[in-house]
Design a protein around this ligand. Structure first.
Ligand SMILES: CC(C)(COP(=O)(O)OP(=O)(O)OC[C@H]1O[C@@H](n2cnc3c(N)ncnc32)[C@H](O)[C@@H]1OP(=O)(O)O)[C@@H](O)C(=O)NCCC(=O)NCCS
Length: 144
């Protein structure tokens, strides 16, 4: 698998793969928002491809303080072969090179079974935090 930066031309393939992989798509996952996101975070928006086909993604965003992870996903029929590990390690390396000291993110409780993967990758859970959010635009009303 070759890992490279996400391009605008990858977005429709990425969206289709995320649907197959069961990623929840919500506000911010329309093509224009995704393009704005990866243009702000070019070196941490990663895709994996095999024989020219997009098979994995890891979307990293940085707010100047922490690195975040979104939409780490592997094509379902290729899961369990080390590709997710490679994508996450590539993102971690990109963050290290940028001097970003810490990665944090949220997992939907409906996807709790994925936690084992992150524990295996050296992550730990936080039980001292609660996720808090507020919708600021009508177009985001589907956002929880
Ligand atoms: C989560 C995901 C990206 C992992 O990618 P993957 O290619 O299947 O995982 P890997 O084969 O690289 O696994 C890496 C290691 O984690 C372990 N692992 C993978 N999934 C695991 C799980 N659910 N529980 C425990 N361990 C797990 C593997 O055994 C492997 O261990 P090893 O390196 O010591 O042999 C992939 O399963 C996926 O796309 N899932 C659907 C989308 C999703 O839920 N994404 C996460 C959103 S938060």
């Amino acid at each position: 698998m070759i890992i490279r930066h996400l391009l605008a031309a990858d977005i429709s393939e990425a969206l289709a793969m995320w649907k197959r992989a069961g990623i929840t798509l919500t506000f911010g996952d329309d093509p224009a928002s995704l393009e704005r996101c990866f243009q702000r975070n070019p070196s941490t928006s990663l895709v994996g491809e095999i024989d020219g086909k997009l098979v994995a993604t890891a979307m990293g965003t940085w707010d100047g303080r922490r690195g975040y992870l979104w939409h780490l996903a592997v094509e379902p029929e290729l899961q369990g072969r080390g590709l997710g590990r490679k994508m996450l390690e590539a993102l971690e390396e990109a963050y290290r090179k940028m001097g970003i000291p810490k990665v944090t993110f949220q997992i939907e409780t409906s996807n709790r079974e994925v936690l084992g993967f992150y524990l295996r990758m050296g992550y730990h859970t936080r039980d001292d935090l609660v996720c808090v959010s507020k919708v600021l635009q009508q177009s985001a009303e589907e956002e929880r």
